[in-house]
Design a protein around this ligand. Structure first.
Ligand SMILES: Cc1cc2nc3c(=O)[nH]c(=O)nc-3n(C[C@H](O)[C@H](O)[C@H](O)COP(=O)(O)OP(=O)(O)OC[C@H]3O[C@@H](n4cnc5c(N)ncnc54)[C@H](O)[C@@H]3O)c2cc1C
Length: 411
């Protein structure tokens, strides 16, 4: 291999580039990203950057010396516009194209917008550094904030805006925050957490319009009620950035479809928020076989999958056997001074049990089961418990074994 192209100069792409070098690849690496900045970290965008604890200069993922050491051909502010996977040709904006021997796609995801309100000042989605800086600047002069969507991003924005002392209303179509990933019991706990912190909440509520003269003044709900707001942050989910691959010959679904090695086609891999693949760790109870796939929108996965994709590209180029990518997914979310940590599959689920601690104390661990197996864990204020059950998920223990082990620990 002489030329590896990485599209997406962010977490997955950067970790892929570093792995190529650490595995001994000395050829050319082109790192293409449509953002102008050097790779930076996103989790602080909804947390420390919004609260004002951090400035943007703390966001870069690597120093300029570390980037220089990787000897990358960096094409910043440039967009990949198309791909011919058979002739291994990548099309770029400005009528350019690049040949490659290996390609790693880490184009991530972008927020879904509402079909109205985009023309009003003060209406935001949050994905990039510049989004976060614009929101922060609006929070500095706002009194009332409406957050639409009570998923992890919405809940973190609500928390950060409250930390600034602002009036915050979270509006959610479902009955509680983070209901999908946490399930009813912990979503109810999260509702209490936000209520105690002074966040106003409207559940089972849909926004019908955003109104104002030039600047947003209110969110109008379908029942006609108005939530007054000087700043609105929309956090209603993301879509994987795959449109540029429409004519590539690769399979696109909700993400770029890969095999268990993160490979979308010979010598072409994907990693991070854009990649969908069958995680064989969960195949023992027919979760991942034959066609059940995962697409994970979390930090640790982007790191690990970027590394795995790069390693497999190198193995493939050497004609060696590839390694299946079988992580136990993990993420954290910081809200109102607590860190919510989750690992494995928490949805869908057949079983849920609070196994340690209590919801009232904000220190607990809860486990999730599906088809007779332990599949997920959520822990708050107790990282050790998170790791304990994460290891059991990796060991494919049954639900009964997990319960027995929890009981033993409690005695
Ligand atoms: C505000 C915020 C807070 C978060 N907090 C947490 C958290 O607390 N815990 C957690 O686990 N996860 C968190 N995440 C998720 C985590 O940051 C992502 O999972 C991670 O950034 C994904 O990395 P990635 O490299 O796959 O994609 P991205 O970081 O999205 O990077 C993809 C890059 O590719 C670029 N790109 C897209 N299309 C093209 C193209 N055609 N040509 C060139 N470049 C292109 C994009 O502009 C972007 O720079 C958070 C995310 C956000 C936005």
């Amino acid at each position: 291999m002489q030329h590896v192209v990485i599209v997406g100069a962010s977490l997955a792409g950067l970790n892929a580039a570093e792995t190529l070098r650490s595995e001994g690849y000395a050829g050319r690496i082109s790192l293409i990203g449509d953002e102008a900045e050097d790779p930076y970290d996103r989790p602080p965008l909804s947390k420390q950057l919004l609260t004002g604890e951090w400035d943007a200069d703390r966001l870069p993922l690597r120093t300029s010396d570390e980037l220089a050491d990787l000897d990358l051909h960096m094409l910043g502010g440039r967009r990949a516009t198309g791909l011919d996977s058979r002739s291994r040709l990548l099309r770029l904006d400005q009528d350019e194209s690049l040949d490659f021997d290996g390609l790693i796609i880490g184009t991530g995801a972008r927020p879904i917008s509402l079909p109205f309100g985009a023309e009003l000042q003060g209406v935001h989605t949050l994905r990039s550094r510049s989004d976060a800086l614009r929101i922060r600047s609006d929070l500095e002069t706002s009194r009332r904030v409406a957050v639409i969507g009570a998923g992890f991003i919405g809940a973190e924005v609500a928390s950060s805006a409250r930390a600034r002392g602002l009036d915050v209303t979270m509006i959610e179509a479902l009955g509680a925050p983070m209901l999908g990933p946490l399930g009813a019991e912990l979503a109810e706990w999260a509702k209490g957490l936000h209520a105690e912190a002074g966040v106003q909440m409207r559940f089972d509520a849909r926004v019908a319009d955003l109104v104002g003269e030039g600047r947003v003044e209110a969110a109008v709900l379908e029942d006609g009620s108005r939530i007054e707001a000087d700043t609105v942050v929309v956090g209603i989910g993301v879509r994987p950035n795959v449109e540029w691959l429409a004519d590539s010959g690769l399979t696109i679904g909700d993400g770029l479809i890969c095999d268990q090695y993160c490979r979308a086609a010979p010598q072409i891999y994907a990693a991070g928020d854009v990649a969908r693949w069958p995680n064989g760790l969960f195949a023992h109870f027919q979760y991942a076989q034959p066609q059940r796939t995962m697409r994970i929108e979390h930090w640790t996965n982007a790191v690990e999958q970027g590394m795995a994709a790069a390693r497999n590209l190198i193995l493939e180029s050497r004609g060696e056997p590839l390694e299946a990518f079988t992580p136990v997914p993990y993420f954290w979310s910081d809200q109102h001074g607590l860190s919510i940590m989750a690992s494995g599959i928490t949805s869908p689920r057949d079983e849920f049990r609070l196994v340690h601690g209590s919801l009232d104390s904000n220190r607990f661990a809860a486990i999730y089961g599906l088809r007779g197996y332990l599949t997920g864990v959520v822990a708050v204020g107790w990282p050790r418990m998170l790791r304990r059950y994460q290891a059991m998920i990796r060991d494919q223990v049954t639900w009964e074994e997990a319960l027995a082990s929890a009981r033993e620990l409690e005695q």
